[in-house]
Design a protein around this ligand. Sequence first.
Ligand code: URA
Length: 219
Amino acid sequence: MLKERTNFKIISNPIVNQSLSVMRNKDTDTQGVRLAARKLTRILLYEATKNLPQKDIEIETPVSKCVTKTINDDITIIISPILRAGLIFTDEAVDILPQATIRHIGMYRDESTLKPVWYYNKVPMPVHEPNKYYVFITDPMLATGNSLKEAVRLYVSKGIPQENICCISMISAPCGIEALFKEFPDINLIVSAVDSHLNERGYIVPGMGDAGDRIFNTL
Ligand code: URA
């Protein structure tokens, strides 16, 4: 039984569930997987960005002046897709947040140890006011949690508060969720499904198989 936390959300609605069914089905082709995944990423991104700081601005509509809300422009928003499957979030993310910086993180999973192996890191950067950074790390599958932990560690080491970091995954496993919160109890986590367990090869059961292969047609 997973512990309830205010910083952990499982998003479920008919569109999410239908998208997951399409993605999980082994008979869905790559085009179908991508379309369903894109739809799902948009919903998860809307949830993830709910607490971005806002400010009031005065504008003029064709009818009258009014005060409206907009996202603060003195913050830095970072989208960090974990390559390669995390890329599926990027197009929707830049549509929603055109002001965001995209910082790619390249890790693959060593199939024997299930530990992440780095091959690309676009994160090193000076961080002057870490409290003003809001980071969204995307990886469709949260299995062991090892890759997400590595990615979060990188941002936390720059002084960015855990509360300003949000990990977004589609399908997750209970052990990965617990491992992530054990090391970083104050980060935010948004998923659309918590599955049963990992199999002996570290795949989520029932899951959707290898998300990268299914999204990029490399099966
Ligand atoms: N990564 C995947 O793509 N699928 C899994 O089931 C686990 C990790």
